[in-house]
Design a protein around this ligand. Sequence first.
Ligand code: CR1
Length: 831
Amino acid sequence: MTNTDRRVSERASLDKRDLRRSFLDNLLYVQGKFPKLANNADYYLALAHTVRDRLMQRWISTASAYTSQASRTVCYLSAEFLMGPHLGNNLINLGIYDETAKMVAELGLDLEDLLYQEEEPGLGNGGLGRLAACFIDSLATLEVPALGYGIRYEYGIFHQTLVDGWQAEKTDKWLRYGNPWEIARPEWTVEIRFGGHTEQYVDEQQRLRVRWLPARVVLGVPHDTPILGYHVNTANTLRLWKAEAAESFDFGQFNRGDYAGAVTQKIVSENLSKVLYPNDEQEAGKELRLQQQYFFVSASLQDMLRILKIQGVPVENFHEKFAVQLNDTHPAIGVAELMRLLVDEHLLVWDTAWDITCKSFGYTNHTLMPEALERWSLPLFQRVLPRHLEIIYEINARFLDQVRLRFFGDEQRLARMSLIDEHGPRYVRMANLACAGSHAINGVADLHTELLKQDVLKDFYELWPEKFSNKTNGVTPRRWIVLANPRLTALISETLGEGWIKDLGQLRGLERHVENADFRARWAKVKRDNKADLAAHITRRLGISINPDSIFDVQVKRIHEYKRQHLAALHIIALYLRIKANPNIDLTPRTFIFGGKAAPGYFMAKLMIKLITAIGDVVNVDPAVRDRLKVVFMPNFSVTNGQRIYPAADLSEQISTAGKEASGTGNMKFQMNGALTIGTMDGANIEIQQEVGAENFFQFGLSTPEVYALGASGYRPMEYYQRSDALREVIDLIASGFFSRGDASLFKPLVDNLLYHDPYFLLADFDSYVACQDEVASVYRDADRWTRMAILNSARSGKFSSDRTILQYCDEIWGAKSVPIRLLTQEDVES
Ligand code: CR1
């Protein structure tokens, strides 16, 4: 072996001795520290570089295989990727987690401490962004050629703190200490244009064409992160675009003495990838947001065309090479942008370009909330993307002709389906654009897809029923069981072997062990230990003491009225009132754990957080409660915090108003980790119940048809208030100012909303919810019964692996197949 050979192969070696050597080398040569001076942050970075070296060979081998084969590639376009920390996940996927833990322990370090040093890339709001992260994990594990395309936000989702029980937001400076997981690829920079105007011209073949003369050009610089599959050689790529100014410093202006003006262009351009919009399922209508969407979509499509060119594939075959998935409507402008690229720049005729476009795109809808359907006012759209507006008009004219042919004379239908909303001020409807330009449209749970077909996208379903399908969401068991819950992983693997990690259906094998008392005891101990860990963490961070033998009753997700965290709050108050009325009541002790961020501009959601913390302030210190109730709001719910919380939960709160939660994915993470669900018949809860059986699921509340019927019949929440004593006492207590030091005005907006509007039917569901919670409490007292139910919940969670979801997308939408990767040797690389 030559010297180079030795160096490189050691850097790729998974042997423990080599790991230790590289780790210490990296501390010295990358961090410039020696052990005496190093802190955990230095050790984290040294370890991250050690692991990064070890995945490079896989990354290069994968890239090389994809370049030499014409395999179909999935391009997942998403404005959000809520990745969570990389280091632990990469250690697991490389199969060196335990080796590494031992290696650092020998140096007197604790691997977990080092893992917690990583600032997580929080480049998403909630379910939609986390789903994208689970999907690219599964794509890599299934060895499917795939690229995730998104935005490299300099500031991700804000960091949440609590100030006097209110949410306060702090900028998420996740890049502050550098990011060892990304590699910038300035050589593949692309130009993205904005504004200006268009003009017609006649080309050499005497054809009329359009030229776009933009007012401004911004550069998109790709930053790549490797995405490893689990125990395979595949390392796919997450390609995030950073915005840079075309000319970062204007010497002309500078020389004229305009020092501020000279840097303005840079600032304006870089704003595009500066910050993630912190709105979950809310339409902002902000110009910068449209610019962000166009920025990353245009960059990504140009990147695909570049790849096509290196491979020598003609643009006419774009759709054979790429399956492009739109993660909600945020990237829907891609339909118009691909048309522009094909027609204006590659000079294809319209019909050919349209055929390619429709065959390339698939669209996933993620929400039924009408206010979340994106639309852009025409003047704004015209200002930012004048050429795309023309293209959208052309698409619309042809599309409406098609509708007219099928539904002759149905003018109202035409108005509903038009890509332009013409009721009042005019808007471009992004969902309509996505539907018109995609060959496949899907929802994210059975119920959600049915509701799309009957309601939100009914007209499109009637025109093109064959385009519609369901793809129930899933989550990756690598992060959400193996990484998050090592104790449970060890128990399951000892019982079933390790096959379940890549084939989650194998968890069914646990059913055989339910009647084994020893197995149940071990299962219960895993849960008890996880709860003790979380309790200790809560005490350390928040100074609240927790009884690990109480029910850990958990609701973690974005704060939203439709998700009804305030319904859980009403229940806590009901229990508190029972204690006050009867101090010796035999109540099953409970710890209520909440977590989740509210959109900074969403007043009611922020008030919901304040209500929960205010209840905690009273209940947690009232001596009469005697530790039977504890209420904890854990600040800054994130992927990192989720990994601590899901494994410790007994009860998973999935209590949205039926028909509002498209799917939910937290519900799946809880189930896998052996929590029981209390839930409405909403989203994927329905399918979870189908899998685990009604006897292992706590169901309550109105069904979707009942919610619709009640709404249509003129719902009067006040009647429920008057009818239920328990409910009335709860509401009255809040209204009296009891939780706000006598200030009756504080929660008035929330109370009035419930009494006079209650758009999410809390009061209608309250009695049913409380009764169901009483059932939960009584079942919990039979510890053995609870454990059996918990085991069956995990055992029957196989359907909710994102591997299953991705296989369905591959077979039914993308037509993508796995391409196993052969690791290149040193000689291959150098030849
Ligand atoms: C939905 O609210 C779903 C995720 C992922 C969310 C949630 O029920 O599980 O998407 N939608 O599909 C969303 O964030 C912008 O819309």
